[in-house]
Design a protein around this ligand. Structure first.
Ligand code: ADP
Ligand code: MG
Length: 239
């Protein structure tokens, strides 16, 4: 069984039918990149995967947790699914380390010493071992986003979702954040990400999913998707 199984997933916002029957399987350790034009439903799909949006029909199975239109155990789901957003949303009055500790201390109810040790370790993992006591305002955007990644990792998720996590960054800061993602991928983290960094997507993705008008229009290995796109829509998109 795959780590993630999405079956016939539909989502509407009022009369707007935003996800029109999504099927998607992701194996443990796979890196899947979702590409597509603005408004095609990429963020909505990611948000359904960690319970930020309810679904109208279909089902989502993630590491033994099931979500369908009728029920979802959001607490258990969010213990398994980490998410990083375009806006890093760190608490400005807490240090980098305290921001990372919150996940363990509040959500996992870990003792303070354990949460502290874990936060140190996660900050090291994203190359910020020396920034535990720095406040967000003392960090660059790239460093703040790496703290946000560390915060997600502190939950020890089975799956990490990244939604355009470099889109708000100055160009010279994009590389350091993508470098962390690439390192996580090489360590075997299961990743589903939305990105506009096409060269990066081509290099690190096992599977690329092209969404168009609320549907998975085309999907396949990165080389095939970028090298020989089949549909006219994907051909136009990758040009
Ligand atoms: P993408 O991430 O691919 O740009 P989104 O998933 O953000 O696309 O949005 C898909 C469509 O759903 C858009 O038309 C958007 O306006 C609509 N949408 C997204 N969130 C909401 C919401 N909370 N309420 C109403 N419409 C929404
Ligand atoms: Mg989006």
């Amino acid at each position: 069984m795959s780590l993630v199984e999405v079956t016939a997933l539909h989502k509407q916002f009022g009369s707007a039918h935003v996800l029109k029957g999504i099927d998607l399987n992701v194996e443990k350790g796979q890196v899947v990149t979702i590409i597509g034009r603005s408004g095609s439903g990429k963020s909505t799909l990611l948000r359904t995967l960690n319970g930020l949006e309810s679904i109208d029909s279909g089902s989502i199975d993630i590491d033994g947790e099931r979500i369908d239109a009728r029920h979802a155990d959001l607490r258990r789901l969010r213990l398994k699914v980490g998410m990083v957003f375009q806006q890093y949303n760190l608490f400005p009055h807490l240090t980098a380390g305290e921001n990372v500790m919150l996940a363990q201390a509040v959500v996992k109810k870990a003792p303070r010493a354990k949460a502290h040790a874990c936060a140190e370790q996660m900050l090291q993992r994203v190359g910020l071992g020396d920034k535990f006591d720095a406040y967000p305002s003392q960090l660059s955007g790239g460093q703040q986003q790496r703290v946000a990644i560390a915060r997600a990792l502190a939950m020890e998720p089975s799956l990490l979702l990244c939604d355009e996590i470099t889109s708000a960054l100055d160009p010279e800061l994009v590389g350091e954040v993508l470098g962390v993602v690439e390192q996580l991928a090489s360590e075997g983290m299961t990743l589903i990400m939305v990105t506009h960094e096409m060269r990066f997507a081509r290099r690190v993705s096992d599977t690329v999913v092209f969404m168009h008008q609320g549907r998975v229009w085309e999907s396949g290995p990165a080389e095939q998707m970028f090298g020989s796109p089949q549909s006219i829509e994907l051909q136009k998109f990758v040009q």
